[in-house]
Design a protein around this ligand. Structure first.
Ligand code: FAD
Length: 213
């Protein structure tokens, strides 16, 4: 990050750490950053998403991430689980897709549902079965990160090396909503091939636009 900031500074980028609010739509747009207001020809929103995490405390979450026992993005780090046993924790159709994707890295993939998840339809189970992915019969009741990851499912303890959390994410789209930008079904900002949103002079990129994830 520091290197990238240095590189951007070489092109004249200034860094301001503050929540941004749009005061007047444009172009030019008037935006507020703390005490300061700025007039700008264009605005690029890279407001990201916040991944939903499993129901564990913050310290456990941090140490599991550091140990590579909890992961979020197989596109980013799937190569690190080649040949390992992997569980995918899901509650939505995209999670099934993630389990199928992980099968390209490792043979041992288990699909785990969270409580209240609707992923019980025969069709989803059939897709998992066809790919030789075991779907645990009941939702996960607890998870422990020790030498290995222990998933409790009813009376059964299931072990794996890594769990991918595929519980979706909350888009950081407050500004997009304020500006009335067109959003897709996942509340991500719709953009064209030039990253233009539905509003003039407003662009969006990164996790907040529909992509692979
Ligand atoms: C555990 C984990 C591991 C990952 N590993 C990898 C990896 O190995 N390789 C890889 O390529 N990717 C990885 N990713 C994904 C990567 O982090 C994201 O794709 C990337 O950070 C997206 O960048 P972004 O700028 O779109 O959003 P973010 O990095 O999420 O940044 C958005 C920022 O905008 C801020 N913001 C929102 N609204 C406002 C506002 N109104 N005013 C001011 N600021 C605002 C937010 O606070 C946030 O700081 C990983 C993600 C996670 C969670």
């Amino acid at each position: 990050m520091a290197d990238m900031a240095k590189q951007a500074a070489r092109f004249g980028a200034a860094f301001v750490s503050h929540e941004l609010t749009v005061l007047e739509e444009g172009p030019p747009l008037k935006v507020e950053l703390g005490e300061r207001s700025v007039t700008t020809r264009a605005l690029m929103l890279c407001t990201g998403v916040v991944n939903h995490s499993p129901d564990i405390d913050a310290a456990t979450h941090k140490s599991a991430l550091q140990a590579g026992q909890l992961r979020y993005c197989p596109i980013c780090d799937g190569y690190e689980v080649i040949g390992k046993s992997v569980a995918v924790l899901g509650n939505r159709p995209g999670a099934i897709q993630e389990a199928l994707f992980l099968k390209t890295y490792t043979d041992e993939v288990i699909y785990v549902r969270v409580e209240g998840s609707p992923m019980t339809e025969a069709d989803d189970n059939a897709r998992l079965k066809k790919a030789d992915i075991r779907a645990l019969p009941c939702p996960m009741s607890s998870i422990h990160f020790e030498d290995r990851v222990t998933i409790q499912c009813g009376d059964e303890d299931v072990y794996c090396d890594t769990m991918y959390s595929a519980l979706g994410s909350a888009p950081g789209n407050r500004l997009a909503q304020q500006l009335g930008l067109s959003l897709d079904a996942d509340s991500l900002i719709r953009v064209d091939e030039d990253q233009r949103t539905s509003t003039k002079a407003v662009y969006a990129a990164g996790d907040i636009v529909p992509g692979l994830d």
